[in-house]
Design a protein around this ligand. Structure first.
Ligand code: FAD
Length: 401
């Protein structure tokens, strides 16, 4: 294919903005246009449930410095919703009905918060957390004496609970699963997070789901009611696939199917970030990742694909979380219910590294309040090394790589 003259990106989140920046870093000098529904310059989401929500930061990190887009000739079309992609004509349509042509297109439409399909699930007072407006408005309500009910004990739910407690609110977290974060981390590490929050005064209502939302709280499946002044729903995200579906792009595993180099079923259209169901060479299957590093790194990688390279994207998933004084990083992809857990360090002191091993190979590692081994852990996970539990518990990690 000839060098494209005009690359259009739909979505001004981390994946879309990283794509635009990487195109310029690679020396591409054609037109780069980013369409985004939000009116703000691209910003990163993690602080919305951490420093911004706690009140330690006024605004989340921007993907690029102010002025970057002007000086690099990236056209930002902010506050503009794209309503249709016509792959046959190579044009997109915006909500005003105007059409815009492209040679290559990148879909980076991200996700929106999931809602629970129960009575009252669309009550206007329910809060979700996806945009800077959501975070700033919720922060205003988090104060001593305010009763906050958090629905969902995943990452967002746990981080919201932590921020709300730090700001002095009374917090109850509800989840049908018996431990927080159990699906990702398994029961042993899930217990660490349950204890952490309990020690900070969070009331858990675990093992019982929400049956309905009320103007003053939530009703649980066992008939009880948890009253609250503020109800936050943190039950996961739904990838925004409407444009891809309407355009007839192949979908898979709840996302837009992309090949190892991040191309969709229409080769001049790529997809990155939360929506990309990536045919991952490392795992030999499709992997869709809703994490910061994936959005950033796939954005950087797809710039090469758009310019004619076909290198596969091979990075292992990576994510992080901060709750009170606990900080953690997770690298790799494990099945916490099935893989063998090996712990190095102290769970009780919340100072440890957890490893997940399958068939004698390391699948994933998570360091909690330990910051010296990041490089070695990354190399170890990348190498998918053959390791024994004893080695992981006692050897120097750099010796294992
Ligand atoms: C509160 C919060 C905290 C998080 N914390 C962490 C963390 O600690 N660690 C971690 O690894 N990950 C974290 N994540 C996840 C991570 O931030 C996301 O995976 C990442 O931002 C995804 O980037 P994206 O660009 O694919 O999508 P998004 O950030 O969702 O960006 C997509 C953009 O596209 C726009 N858009 C969608 N459709 C259209 C359309 N039709 N027309 C125009 N614009 C459109 C949207 O408005 C949005 O701005 C967090 C997420 C949230 C919400």
């Amino acid at each position: 294919m000839a060098e494209p003259q005009r690359i259009v990106i739909i979505g001004s989140g981390l994946a879309g903005a990283s794509t635009a920046g990487a195109l310029r870093e690679r020396g591409y000098d054609g037109a780069v246009v980013v369409f985004g529904r939000e009116r703000h310059q691209p910003y990163e989401l993690p602080a919305l449930s951490k420093d911004v929500l706690v009140g330690n930061a006024e605004w989340p990190n921007r993907v690029h410095e102010p002025g970057f887009y002007e000086t690099h000739g990236v056209e930002l079309r902010l506050g503009v919703e794209v309503t249709e992609v016509r792959v046959g004509e190579r044009v997109i349509v915006d909500s005003g009905g105007a059409t815009h042509s492209y040679d290559r297109l990148v879909l980076a439409t991200g996700s929106v918060p999931r809602r629970l399909p129960v009575p009252g699930g669309d009550l206007p007072g329910l809060r979700v957390l996806r945009t800077v407006e959501d975070s700033l408005a919720l922060r205003e309500r988090l104060a001593p004496g305010v009763r906050v009910v958090v629905v969902g004990a995943g990452w967002i739910g746990c981080e919201v609970a932590a921020a709300a407690r730090v700001r002095g609110a009374e917090v109850t977290v509800v989840d049908p699963v018996d431990l927080p974060l159990r699906r990702v981390l398994g029961p042993v590490v899930g217990e660490v997070f349950r204890n952490l929050h309990a020690e900070r005064g969070v009331a858990w209502r675990l093992g019982v789901g929400v049956d309905g939302f009320l103007p003053n709280g939530v009703r649980l499946a066992d008939g009880s009611v948890v009253e609250g002044d503020v109800v936050v729903v943190g039950v996961g995200a739904r990838p925004s696939l409407e444009l891809a579906e309407k355009a007839g792009l192949a979908l898979a595993e709840g996302g837009v199917a992309v090949d190892p180099a991040l191309r969709t079923s229409v080769p001049e259209v790529c997809a990155v970030g939360d929506i990309a169901a990536h045919d991952h060479p490392r795992y030999g299957r499709r992997v869709r990742v809703e994490h910061w590093a994936n959005a950033k790194d796939q954005g950087a990688h797809v710039a090469g694909t758009l310019l004619g390279r076909g290198d596969p994207y091979v990075a292992a998933p990576y994510f992080f979380s901060d709750q009170y004084d606990l900080g953690m990083e997770y690298r790799g992809l494990a099945d916490a219910e099935k893989d063998q857990l090996v712990v190095r360090g102290s769970l009780a002191a919340r100072d440890f590294t957890a490893f997940w091993v399958r068939d004698g190979r390391l699948r994933a590692a998570m360091n909690v309040n330990q910051w010296d081994d990041g490089v070695a852990l990354q190399a170890l996970v990348d190498s998918q090394a053959a390791v024994s539990p004893d080695q992981l518990r006692s050897s120097s990690l750099s010796d294992l790589v």
